[in-house]
Design a protein around this ligand. Structure first.
Ligand code: SAH
Length: 509
């Protein structure tokens, strides 16, 4: 096959905002994309799923303003397709619901470029679900109509049958209807819909920025004006809106609307960010640490090659676990070479990470500090035992020192280093500058020390005025205090679960 004939364009619905709402098929297409042409309303986090090498083109920029330049977009899709590229046209919501996907397909068909359409969760469906408004309900209505709120704005006559929309009890959802809200509500009333019909505006539905404003046909426009309500939003009209009082779930979560900054290294941030997001928080990632390889592998490699000579291996964090097993693998070894060793994990979470590699730790300290490990070993007789403790370059020396005092021979080769990242993400710094962060989290001493050295101590102190400071445990808290920060939140147990609970308790108090 000639490369020219390989080109294909996938019109993929990205869903309404929550990146989890893209379809599996849409994700499959993204993973193979060579070019991604994306919209203003498509969540840009989804772009992370396209290969690094894929060309990313923001369609909003092509014709100047959003929604203009449709001809240019069509031409771009045709051009990239005829170059033989796998093109993903990522569109907000569903491509065929007010998405001009129909026009794009027509242009592609005309040019003879193959295309496929991957549907998405359209804004009305997504926003209503996340606002707790069932669009249909046996006791309220059996029909729903999707309407373009700007239809007819520049035409004298409207395509919309207002008469039919205004009769019966069908739910009506307007898209693109914020600026034309007053006129549309008036039209419904003029055509006979009861002025006290409930209405909900849902802005940035399904995202942490979701905002819901409710009222009636008669007063929603005034209310929207008063609160300076802005697009993008859908307007849901109908008795089903009443159900929100009972069914709201998304914006009712404890941390909803709270902006929480996570400062862990990017490779570790996801788990914690997910826990906060699950409770509704808007998480801002600001990695202050980068994990890199040791300057030299030789000490760790020597230990790994002679691993059967050790009685114990002590792993104190998820990072240590990951780096240890990755290096073992790089040397052509695997978990079997640990057959004769016993394994000690600091805390049940680290033990769970070790289990992922097929090994159940023999000793699990109940707390998450090095002190806990030392206390466990104090109960055993480790005189003359050889202990391997692969650690970070800046690890505390407590374990080697104390276990050494107990008569063990401890080797502590460096398995990874923690260094300053090249820079902080500009949007994270901007959020701090704007004072729009509710809480910042520090999960190790280096997270706070690095933030101070990257922002400058005084600037950091200034930026964190009024921001709740959450520290995972006493050592981190001490480092915060040493820099002049007042710690507001410190859980009794040094885990992310406990920290998440403590943050919730503090921010909702
Ligand atoms: N194809 C899209 C619609 C594009 S038209 C879809 O199927 O959803 C753009 C309009 O969609 C916006 O003006 C707004 O009315 C609506 N919209 C898109 N995303 C939205 C969101 N997250 N919350 C509320 N409305 C949204």
């Amino acid at each position: 096959m000639k490369s020219e004939t390989r080109g294909i364009v996938y019109l993929v619905g990205s869903g309404p905002g929550d990146p989890g709402l893209i379809t599996l098929r849409g994700m499959e297409c993204l993973r193979q994309a060579e070019v991604v042409v994306y919209d203003y309303l498509a969540n840009e986090l989804l772009l992370n799923h396209a290969p690094e090498s894929a060309e990313r083109i923001y369609a909003g920029k092509i014709g100047g303003r959003h929604n203009q330049g449709q001809d240019e977009i069509n031409a771009l899709l045709v051009r990239k397709g005829s170059e033989g590229k796998i093109v993903v046209r990522l569109k907000g919501g569903d491509p065929f619901v007010f998405g001009r996907g129909g026009e794009e397909c027509e242009a592609l068909r005309e040019a003879g470029i193959p295309f496929q359409v991957v549907p998405g969760v359209t804004a009305a469906v997504g926003a209503a679900a996340y606002a707790g408004i069932p669009l249909t309900h046996r006791e309220y209505t059996a029909s729903v109509t999707l309407v373009a709120g700007q239809e007819g704005k520049d035409k004298d006559e409207s395509n919309i049958d207002w008469e039919r929309l205004s009769h019966g009890n069908g739910t009506v959802v307007f898209y693109m209807g914020v600026t034309t809200l007053r006129r549309n509500m008036e039209r419904l009333i003029q055509h006979g819909k009861s002025a006290d019909t409930p209405v909900a505006l849902v802005r940035w539905g399904t995202t942490p920025k979701q905002q819901v404003l409710t009222g009636t046909l008669a007063d929603i426009a005034d209310r929207a004006e008063k609160s300076a309500f802005k697009p993008p939003a859908v307007t849901v009209v109908g008795d089903v809106v009443r159900l929100r009082d009972k069914l709201a779930w998304f914006d009712g979560r404890p941390l909803f609307g709270k902006r929480i900054m996570v400062t862990r290294a990017a490779v570790q941030a996801g788990e914690f960010a997910g826990m906060l997001a699950q409770r509704g928080a808007a998480v801002i990632e600001c990695p202050t640490i980068r994990l890199v390889e040791p300057e030299q592998w030789q000490p760790l490699d020597a230990a790994l090659r002679d691993i059967s000579g050790y009685d114990w291996i002590v792993l104190t964090s998820a990072n240590a676990v990951r780096c240890f097993f990755r290096r073992l693998d790089a040397l052509g070894l695997d978990a079997r070479s640990l057959a004769g060793c016993r394994v000690c994990a600091v805390g049940p979470k680290t033990a769970a990470k070790i289990r992922n590699f097929g090994i159940n730790a023999d000793l699990v300290s109940s707390d998450y500090k090095a002190e806990g490990v030392v206390a466990e070993f104090a109960k055993l007789d480790i005189r003359g035992k050889k202990i391997l403790y692969p650690c970070a370059d800046r690890a505390r020396d407590l374990i080697p020192r104390e276990l050494g005092t107990m008569g063990a021979q401890v080797d502590a080769p460096i398995a990874y280093r923690t260094v300053l990242p090249d820079r902080l993400p500009p949007e994270a710094v901007f959020a701090l500058e704007k004072r729009s962060v509710d809480c910042i989290t520090f999960t190790s001493s280096s997270t706070v020390q690095n933030l101070a050295s990257m922002l400058g101590e005084d600037r950091m102190l200034d930026m964190l005025k009024g921001v709740a400071i959450a520290s995972i445990g006493p050592i981190t808290t001490r480092s915060c205090r040493a820099l002049g920060l007042k710690v507001d939140i410190e859980p009794a147990e040094y885990t992310l679960d406990a920290l998440t609970d403590a943050i919730e308790a503090f921010l909702t108090a």
